[in-house]
Ligand binder design. Structure first.
Ligand SMILES: O=P(O)(O)OC[C@@]1(O)O[C@H](CO)[C@@H](O)[C@@H]1O
Length: 378
């Protein structure tokens, strides 16, 4: 899949979303002219120019092992969408001096956007609602926690820069939630891995679910895999996880208790936080390094969150939407669950009837974030 067709979703990511994004990054902090010039140049290059190589100075400080010399000089739209987006985010970091020594080193360009969301009233309301969840019978509590983690995936800040975001909820169009429940409740507990997606309103319910897994004895330990660097606008980094845990702990009520326990789990290592460079790379999961492969092979379950992880799991292609999830993810070591709202063209694991019904609506159902799936490969 590439982004060369002006009628396609990938094209709109580069031509509609990225200009909004660049403007937000440029305007959020009093940046020097050099940052503005570099951001403008990146936007021009990635929309109407050709791929150029990475800045040599930044490469001296942080490598990018996925550079493809054969893409140099090609219009960005003619390179694979997965590669081009990943490269774009690395280039954003270079444009704002993220890797080179100086005042701006290590400063998350999306930080102000993420911080505003975390401090916002929607988060306060969601955290207060945890008091009600705690009062539910165990079964309903479980469904509420999984549902929050799933629908939290709609709170993706890059998605909100696009024109297709929809607030409506079309519901689950593939639902293996019973299998997910069974994997965690009907077997001896083991180590659960979570492939995180967005910070803030997504990682908060993820953390609440993780705390439940640990406190209820459904997992002996949890490893949360996040991005080592700012990526896809709101993808969670270690700093975002610590900020989310602090937000929970300071919230009071049930959220405060959950946050306090998570703080302890992180300190003792029952909740591990890892940030492998592979997670900021443009490769699909069948190409993961052996160290990660071994970790997932030993897990009782890996839970993958979100749209980008899903693309990387099944392959970023125009699959027929009935292509079986189990077959496309057979490469993944160990049991796997994917919780995802649909925000790009990739859709698999649906029934013919569902596809007919969705196509019949005449809506861009694959990209609005209105529909969700829970797929499990046990
Ligand atoms: O992984 P996430 O946060 O659920 O979604 C990432 C996303 O917004 O980014 C891509 C376009 O930039 C789309 O594939 C997808 O909608």
């Amino acid at each position: 899949m590439d982004s060369s067709d002006p009628a396609s979703f990938p094209w709109s990511v580069f031509h509609d979303r990225h200009p909004v994004l660049i403007e937000r990054i440029a305007g959020a902090l009093p940046r020097p002219a050099a940052h503005h010039d570099a951001l403008d140049a990146l936007l021009a290059e990635s929309t109407s120019g050709v791929v150029s190589a990475l800045d040599v100075e930044s490469l001296r400080h942080e490598h990018w092992p996925w550079w493809r010399p054969e893409y140099r000089g090609l219009p960005w739209g003619e390179t694979p969408f997965l590669w081009a987006e990943s490269y774009f985010y690395r280039r954003v970091l270079d444009a704002v001096g993220y890797f080179v020594p100086g005042l701006w080193r290590g400063l998350d360009p999306f930080g102000p956007i993420k911080a505003a969301e975390l401090a916002g009233s929607s988060v306060s309301e969601e955290l207060a609602a945890l008091d009600d969840v705690a009062a539910l019978p165990a079964d309903e509590q479980w469904s509420a926690l999984v549902g929050s983690a799933l629908w939290g995936n709609r709170a993706d800040l890059s998605f909100q820069a696009g024109p297709t975001a929809s607030e409506a909820t079309g519901g689950l169009i593939a639902d293996d939630s019973d299998a997910l429940r069974g994997l965690l409740h009907d077997r001896p507990p083991g180590e659960v891995h979570v492939l995180a997606d967005n910070a803030g309103r997504e990682v908060l319910p993820d953390l609440v679910l993780i705390e439940h897994l640990l406190s209820a004895g459904l997992a002996t330990a949890v490893v949360l895999h996040v991005k080592p660097f700012p990526y896809y606008v709101s993808d969670a980094t270690p700093a975002d996880v610590w900020a989310a845990v602090a937000r929970l702990r300071d919230a009071g009520g049930r959220a405060g208790e959950v946050g306090g326990r998570l703080f302890g789990f992180l300190r003792t290592g029952r909740l591990g936080l890892e940030a492998h460079e592979f997670f900021c790379g443009p490769l699909t999961y069948d190409a993961m390094p052996s160290g990660l492969r071994e970790q997932f092979a030993g897990a009782s379950l890996t839970i993958s969150k979100g749209d980008l992880n899903y693309r990387r799991l099944v392959g970023d292609r125009h699959w027929h939407a009935t292509a079986p999830f189990e077959e496309l993810t057979a490469h993944f070591p160990g049991p796997l669950a994917a919780l995802r709202t649909l925000k790009c063209d990739v859709a698999v694991g649906l029934t013919e009837e569902t596809v007919r019904r969705l196509d019949g609506t005449g809506k861009a159902w694959r990209t609005t974030g209105e529909y969700a799936v829970i797929h499990v490969r046990g």
